[in-house]
Write a protein that binds this ligand. Sequence first.
Ligand SMILES: [Zn+2]
Length: 234
Amino acid sequence: MSAEHERLSSWDGAYVLGALSAADRAEYEAHLAVCAPCRKAVAELAPTAGLLSRLSAERARAIAAPDGPAPVVTPHPSLRTRVVQTARRRRARRITAWTLAASLAVVAIAVPTVITVTNASSSSSGVTYALDEVNGAPLEASVKLTPVAWGTRIDLVCQYTGEVLDAPPGGWPYALAVTDDSGATSVLSTWRAGPGATTELSAGTDLEASSIGSIEIRSVDGDRVVMRRDFSTP
Ligand SMILES: [Zn+2]
């Protein structure tokens, strides 16, 4: 195995989740072109990661629809967890020190299409909307949408109201996702929430507020929408 392969072989999980920077992605793809083992690694991971990225607005609407028949939600474990665990199983054969925590950290750090805004000051022109509970989620949440030069800033406040017994150490992983009016969904940020936790985070999208179809909080473990605000209907 080449030194390049040794260096890049652990990037498969981040690659299929779209979590590599543009430069890293280009480098990794150049390596893929010449490395069969890495192509095989990506091929193994891609189906589960693809499901995550295709987590469809259609499915979200089905879940959220108050009038329609009860949606069939295929119970399967977190896609991300599956990706990470698949990667970890393989990696364990190569790098025994690689831990799930480390892989999760890698995935969590680099979420594509995110513009994380750390400046906490907020414009007075923002409008705050409560998110509606979808499936009995133990959350209360609201988003404030503020038009800015590059799109829309989204300030989320999310409180976990569930029982202590329900939550794993560190809390449940959640994702903030925005769907545009054509149905394309982007995950803007992820975090963990457990009992007593109130999460405040700021993220951004290049969408104008008028082009935002919905904003959702998704359970990463359950791969389902748990809180939602639909902007496409008046
Ligand atoms: Zn390789």
